[in-house]
Design a protein around this ligand. Structure first.
Ligand code: 5GP
Ligand code: ZN
Length: 113
């Protein structure tokens, strides 16, 4: 997808610090970490946001969640735990319109609200 930051990161056109990759999923360190360990996990297929998940493309969500235990282990947060966050749209605070999940760990995230 043209002009999508995360598609460019997946394609290697923009550098990133890779944490994990398979044929469906790419995970990299967030450029502005909000926690000691902050990984962004994306499907390689371009889907703009949670609003566009359908029965046709929802397997990408399972692909991501199947990768999460290994990603958590890789960055050393599997045992102590972590938070998975998806921001959707304007009020969700989504700034990059390519579906992604944040893995936040390394310290207690406290309550959500
Ligand atoms: P959102 O706010 O859309 O849920 O999350 C987008 C995330 O992407 C933000 O946490 C932001 O710091 C991160 N981000 C934006 N641009 C880049 C970049 O060029 N490289 C990396 N590694 N992360 C980025
Ligand atoms: Zn994209």
């Amino acid at each position: 997808m043209e002009d999508c930051l995360f598609c460019k990161i997946i394609a290697g056109e923009i550098p990133s610090t890779k944490v994990y990759e398979n044929d469906k999923v790419y995970a990299f360190r967030d450029i502005a970490p909000a926690a000691p360990e902050h990984v962004v996990i994306v499907p390689k297929a371009h889907i703009c946001c949670a609003n566009k998940i359908t029965s046709e493309n929802s397997s990408c969500v399972a692909d991501i969640f199947e990768a999460i235990p290994e990603i958590a282990k890789t960055v050393g947060v599997a045992e102590d735990g972590y938070r998975i966050v998806n921001n959707c749209g304007k009020n969700g605070g989504q700034t990059v319109m390519h579906l992604h999940f944040h893995l936040l760990g390394g310290s207690s995230g406290g309550k959500m609200y």
